[in-house]
Design a protein around this ligand. Structure first.
Ligand code: FNR
Length: 345
């Protein structure tokens, strides 16, 4: 059956047309210390950075979104072109549908075709990894000649969707088995509920190369699934109950920062948020939803959006006296409000 494939299209359309954001990621609680005397040339600021050995044009990462349905090919093509043009790292959406139905591969292979030099991340769910093992992981990487493999954790979504996998046992062991002798770096990513300090320890212990926090406060998969419940009122109520679930991205970042390479995703909504994330210890700032609507519109719209975010990042770097991403990592922050309370300081 093509259930996985049609679900991918549902998700794209719901995320584009409905209110799927819930809660706060905490970026509004983070203020960067202003440098009134930056002693820099705004136009000379370097956005380039490194991640897992790759050279990237900037720390803006295009988070996993799509592929797996013929109608998603064009969106992935636009995302890939912009990734190539700006030398951005990019993740593709879950490749499960194409692994089950190879005729759907084109919606993913288009990404490598359009972005021959980009740092690309393949994507597979932890449940699929557990059930199909390293063979699927290898096929996912080969499909797009990926530079890294993201294994996503999405048990909030699984628990609130009608066709979800409700048995999470064995995923950590599957991840550890994979990391033991897989040649491609493995990134473990959440998808909107965040990674705690305790979970991060399990993930590093399993041998992962990096963590993508996928914190709460941006796209909420409970909210997405609420839109897909059809007439099932009980399932809808369940999803609504969990709209605010999860560790806000900024809190998750403060718990995980310094323990290994980190991508901060979830509610990153502008260039200042990317700067805030880096100042708090992230290596990259990931965005999904803010890039989706422009990517569904046109390549020009997407390019304009990315340019605006990079300009905001550049100005934030200028105003913190940071000539490079490495300097920005040392910028001082003030943390206020609920974020400060959750961090207990
Ligand atoms: C996603 N995300 C996602 N993640 C993943 O690992 N595999 C996937 O297939 C998808 N699919 C997907 C589709 C759409 C339409 C969206 C908006 C998102 C999750 C995404 O990578 C990210 O972790 C969250 O969306 C949080 O970031 P934002 O949207 O708040 O910037």
């Amino acid at each position: 059956d093509m259930q996985t494939s049609s679900r991918k299209l549902d998700h794209l359309q719901i995320c584009c047309n409905k209110q799927v954001e819930a809660g706060r990621a905490g970026f509004e609680d983070v203020r960067l210390a202003h440098a009134a005397l930056p002693e820099l040339d705004l136009n000379g600021i370097r956005l380039q950075t490194h991640f897992l050995g790759a050279e990237l044009g900037s720390p803006l990462f295009i988070a996993a979104m799509t592929g797996g349905h013929p109608a998603t090919t064009e969106v992935n093509q636009r995302l890939a072109r912009v990734a190539e043009k700006f030398r951005l790292g990019m993740g593709v959406g879950s490749q499960r549908a194409a692994l089950e139905h190879p005729e759907l591969e084109e919606s993913f292979t288009v990404v490598r075709d359009e972005a021959p030099h980009a740092f690309l991340c393949a994507n597979l769910g932890a449940v699929q990894l557990r059930d199909h093992g390293a063979e699927w992981a290898e096929r996912a990487v080969e499909m797009i000649e990926a530079d890294a493999l993201c294994i996503h954790l999405n048990f909030l979504q699984e628990a609130t969707q009608p066709e979800g996998d409700h048995d999470a046992r064995g995923c950590l062991a599957a991840i550890a088995d994979l990391c033991r002798d897989f040649k491609t770096p493995v990134i473990i990513k959440e998808t909107g509920a965040g990674i705690s300090a305790e979970t991060a320890r399990l993930i590093w212990g399993a041998g992962a190369a990096a963590i993508d926090l996928g914190g709460a406060g941006g796209t909420s998969w409970a909210a997405v699934e609420v839109e897909r419940t059809g007439g099932d009122e009980a399932l809808k109520a369940l999803g609504q109950c969990f709209l605010g679930w999860g560790i806000p991205t900024v809190v998750s970042l403060c718990e995980v920062a310094g323990s290994g390479p980190v991508i901060a995703t979830g509610g990153v909504r502008n260039g200042i948020d990317i700067a805030r994330a880096i100042a708090l210890g992230a290596d990259l700032g990931g965005m999904a939803l803010p890039l989706l609507r422009p990517a569904m519109e046109s390549e020009e719209a997407l390019e304009q959006t990315v340019r605006a975010f990079l300009r905001e990042l550049r100005v934030a770097m200028f105003l913190t006296g940071s000539g490079s991403v490495r300097d920005l990592a040392h910028a001082r922050t003030y943390i206020t409000g609920a974020t400060r309370q959750m961090l207990g300081k």
